[in-house]
Design a protein around this ligand. Sequence first.
Ligand code: TXA
Ligand code: MG
Length: 333
Amino acid sequence: MRVVTVSPVTPEPLAIEEAAAVLRRGGLVAFPTETVYGLGANALDANAVAGIFAAKGRPSFNPLIVHVPDEAGARALVREWPEHASVLARRFWPGPLTLVLHKLAIVPDIVTAGIDSVALRVPSHAIALALLRASGLPLAAPSANRSMALSPTTARHVERSLGDRVDLILDGGPTEVGIESTVIDLRGRRPLILRPGVIGVRELEPLVGPLGEPNEESGESPRPAPGMLERHYAPRARLVLFAREEAAGTLEEARSFAAHGREVAMLVLGESAGAGRVVRMPREATRYAQRLYATLHELDDSGCEVVFVERVPPGSDWDGVRDRLERAAKSKS
Ligand code: TXA
Ligand code: MG
């Protein structure tokens, strides 16, 4: 495995060409996107994609997102391109929004876990775009971590999680958005958010009208996918969420854990009181998202056993962060 440092602003063509060559011969390249690092392979090569599942230890029923350089690249992989897709692509691509549409047969079944739809996105990161253009391939790319572990926001996170299971890592520094893209299904009567992200209801509804409610859709329902697995995006430490009203009790509990020699941390909003290792998180959702995985990686590295996390405010702006925190807090089975 090789790690190559690449400029996130003006990616060096030589490095991009090396990575494109690895992809063309069916290898795996980890690269930064604006959300998290992805583990990429040629989406049209079933063997290459099988390599992603093997490297991640990912269950085969979890479909992958396919990355393309532009709208034309997306249209080439789907049976129909509804008006909503045009509107959303024009507004949010390149960017952290993934569209689920009816797939064409050229997309191998292994990519979509056997279902008839494909998830597509145009990432905005210069390295991701350069790689898509140089390789001339659509790239299947889930987050570049072992299945069920925390998503990587730096090349170092990728290296530690996947090591020699990946052929090449392009190190473009820390990612900007910090949590995975919003996934929206455009096949039904109304668009349906399958995985919340930093692009939320408030940005989407003015463009496509009221969004659907989960379970209202008839027809093929997306099966439990990675973002839908109960426990995902999880650190090694146990994560316990607490509401503001529970702050006093939680503080006491944290102090008592610490007094018994346990490594304890508290993630609090702004100036809230904390005990043990106190991490003050931003009160603004996009800045919180940017810090979330990076912070949990740091706490895991420092041997933290329990992390008490103050619940984030209500409101749709926090949907993406709230979703990741709730999944990470699901008790270990
Ligand atoms: O930000 C991101 O989206 C990152 C970066 C690397 O681009 N990628 C990512 O991919 O998060 P992955 O494979 O870890 O997430 C796949 C998500 C799942 O939550 C699943 O629900 C949804 O995409 N998905 C993929 N294909 C689908 C399909 N055909 N139907 C419904 N949902 C699908
Ligand atoms: Mg993932």
